[in-house]
Design a protein around this ligand. Sequence first.
Ligand code: ADE
Ligand code: ZN
Length: 326
Amino acid sequence: SDLSSFIAALPKAELHLHIEGSFEPELMFAIAERNGIRLPYGSVEELRSAYAFNNLQEFLDIYYQGMNVLQKEEDYYDLTIAYLKRIKADNVRHTEIFWDPQGHLERGIPFSTQIDGILRALKEGEETLDISYRLIMSFLRHLSEESAFDTLAEAEPYLQEIYAIGLDSSETGHPPEKFARVFAACKDKGLKVTAHAGEEGPAEYVWQALDLIKVDRIDHGNRSLEDPELVKRLAADQQVLTVCPLSNLKLCVVSDLNEHPVPAMLNAGLKATINSDDPAYFGGYMNDNLNALQQAVNLDQRQLVTLTRNAIDGSWATEERKQVLR
Ligand code: ADE
Ligand code: ZN
């Protein structure tokens, strides 16, 4: 049945969104031009046609290339405010966004330039669009533990503004255990922690995220379903999973959306949530993800309410804000 109006009207929280992954080609070209950078694509259409991926790494190569045009504080502001205006149309009322400081530090962009622009937009969005937020600093797992510690040191003056720490980028070959010590240091500073796990990597990486990183939630978690003991553990802990249907489709984590694991997760009592991950690259924001999944696996209204409620309950919004959104 057509539940698109029902989906559109639900107040939503987004818990898995890379701000660099919300970089629409039109804005990318505009910022490239004003910064005097030539993109290796002749047009917006040509760039969009490059968005065809067989796996996570093929996407990441293009994603890191795209963020290279970000140089000034206002670039980070423009990127972030464009995302907030776009999700307002989807009735997203709270968002927890990742950013990858190492992807910019490597190019010589100061930490302060990045975070000042992002925070200026987030604060403006909270005031003018009534979208509450948390900012999550994410470590790139293909880089070293030492680089993650260096990045944490750069973040020190901003720890009041950074709510949590994440772990993303190339999963295979970069297990959570590689970052156990730096995440322990983050926890000691009172930060929440989360990690991408079980997207392409095995269930073992989800166990490591739980037991070695002691995550407060799991990003993706798809492959957890391969391990019944892990499913029991996730259900017992009521661990939140930030699942991303269109991302999974575009990165070939699932071969067809009608095989998506969300119904199985809900049936197993797991706290699944729906998110857009990198909407500019994967062809859809929150409502697009909910609509595509609803149609592919025939979710009913009760399941849609459960998914959006899981996100509000599992968010890091204040209790007061959660009350408003429920
Ligand atoms: N960085 C941006 N999107 C990502 C994803 N889906 N998985 C891992 N790293 C990412
Ligand atoms: Zn992600």
